[in-house]
Design a protein around this ligand. Structure first.
Ligand SMILES: NC(=O)c1ccc[n+]([C@@H]2O[C@H](COP(=O)([O-])OP(=O)(O)OC[C@H]3O[C@@H](n4cnc5c(N)ncnc54)[C@H](O)[C@@H]3O)[C@@H](O)[C@H]2O)c1
Ligand SMILES: [Zn+2]
Ligand SMILES: [Zn+2]
Length: 396
């Protein structure tokens, strides 16, 4: 079967690899109809996160069940399903508490497993024609309709980006009336803005420097902030300072809350320096924007191993943080891999009810064979490449 295979720094290729098959009676075999490229895949593509040359890649997967093992009872051949990028067993201490991102069973070497990803166990990647689904009853999210229908590009976002972005708003404690600032207008940042909108946030700012990405967030009622135009902290404070409704409702002391209550980092460790985008500065995102008593959700990825870290500590995932200031402000900070299964059923139902259409972030539907070119352009955030969905069935 054909799959996207990692060939070394900034190189992927389409190769024939061993056909996926049912190996245990709890498995299913899935024929893949959509597989998305994720910002997380770029950490491996860029050679920052170690990944074996020759291994297949990809963790955002949906398709149609081809066959199931003898112990699978909830899912059958012909079902259309989306897979959470986390592979859970469903029964361990963590899975049973809705932390399937930290399954204790599925990764022999660590906590938490996933498809085709560095450090997340021995599983094949899903940018391929077929995939083996471990613990199929637990991991398959059933969706209605037929492959390639108008919902396909909404459903594929249930594999990672929409639940991950929603989780970011949970970490940042976004609720009715919240003021929210999101660093990064990539797929995760944009859907964190959509999730904040769904939760009823009053002000939503999204920070980036890629014009077409910033343009898109206007469509969901968020305010774009281009960090090339100056410090985003100052820009947001300035907008709030010149808003007469905000100023007109302030009592003495309220000026001590010039920023927002909820901050989301949807960039991660490959964050560009706002003053000089040619260099990286991973710790600037947790800065002075969040008000006392607020919360920060760090959903952008960080790693204890970064082969290209800016300095020796960064190579080990060690960064300088204003810890004293965070403590003085009483900020909460949430981090980590999103537990997709906690939210994917609910977000699917929002999509089905017509109350959320996350597919506005999708910019390219392409055949599997287009992956090498699509990786290269997405990596440069060039030519509008924001969210690419590979379609193994599509003719090249
Ligand atoms: N926690 C999880 O479970 C999880 C799941 C999926 C993705 N992620 C992570 O989320 C992050 C975003 O991924 P993505 O898919 O949205 O794609 P992406 O990498 O394209 O998005 C990142 C965006 O951040 C912008 N950016 C860079 N430096 C910035 C800065 N200083 N300030 C503001 N914006 C800046 C980039 O221009 C880009 O648009 C990645 O680190 C990815 O690994 C985490
Ligand atoms: Zn992903
Ligand atoms: Zn488990």
């Amino acid at each position: 079967m054909k799959a996207v295979v990692y060939k070394g720094v900034k190189q992927v290729a389409i190769e024939d690899i061993e056909m996926a098959r049912i190996e245990e009676k709890t498995n299913a075999l899935l024929r893949i109809t959509s597989a998305a490229i994720c910002g997380s895949d770029l950490h491996m593509y860029d050679g920052r996160t170690p990944f074996e040359v020759g291994r297949s890649i990809g963790h955002e997967i949906m398709g149609v069940i081809e066959s199931v093992g003898d112990a699978v009872t909830q899912i059958k051949a012909g079902d259309r399903v989306v897979l959470p990028f986390n592979i859970g067993c469903g029964d361990c201490f963590n899975c049973s508490r809705t932390y399937s991102n930290a399954c204790l069973v599925t990764n022999p070497e660590a906590v938490g497993a996933g498809y085709g990803y560095s450090g997340l166990g021995p599983y094949q990647g899903g940018q391929a024609e077929y995939i083996r689904v471990p613990y199929a009853d637990f991991n398959c999210l059933k969706v209605p309709g037929t492959p390639g229908d108008a919902f396909e590009d909404n459903f594929i976002l249930l594999a990672d980006i929409f639940p991950t972005a929603y989780h970011a708003t949970e970490l940042a404690q976004v609720k009715l009336g919240s003021t929210v600032a999101i660093y990064g207008a990539g797929p995760v940042g944009m859907l964190a803005a959509l999730s904040s909108q769904i939760k009823g946030a009053s002000e939503i700012y999204v920070i980036d420097s890629v014009p077409e990405r910033l343009e898109k967030v206007k469509g969901i009622g968020a305010t774009p902030i281009n960090f090339n135009d100056g410090s985003p902290v100052e820009q947001i404070r300035d907008i709030r300072k010149h808003n007469q409704k905000i100023q007109g409702s302030m009592r003495p002391g309220d000026e001590k809350m010039p920023g927002v209550l909820c901050g989301i980092d949807a960039v991660g460790f490959q964050s560009h320096d706002e003053g000089n985008p040619d260099i990286e500065r991973p710790n600037q995102v947790i800065d002075d924007l969040v008000n006392p008593t607020g919360a920060i959700g760090v959903i952008g990825a960080f790693s204890p191993k970064d082969q290209g870290g800016v300095d020796e500590p960064a190579k080990h995932g060690v960064y300088e943080l204003p810890y004293g200031l965070m403590w003085e402000k009483g900020l909460s900070v949430g981090t980590g891999q999103a537990p997709v299964k906690r939210y994917n059923v609910l977000l699917r139902d929002l999509i089905l009810a017509g109350k959320a259409s996350p597919d506005f972030i999708v910019t390219h539907d392409l055949p599997l064979e287009a992956a090498p070119d699509a990786y290269s352009r997405f990596d440069k955030r060039a030519d509008g490449y924001t969210k690419v969905i590979l379609k193994p069935g599509m003719k090249a």
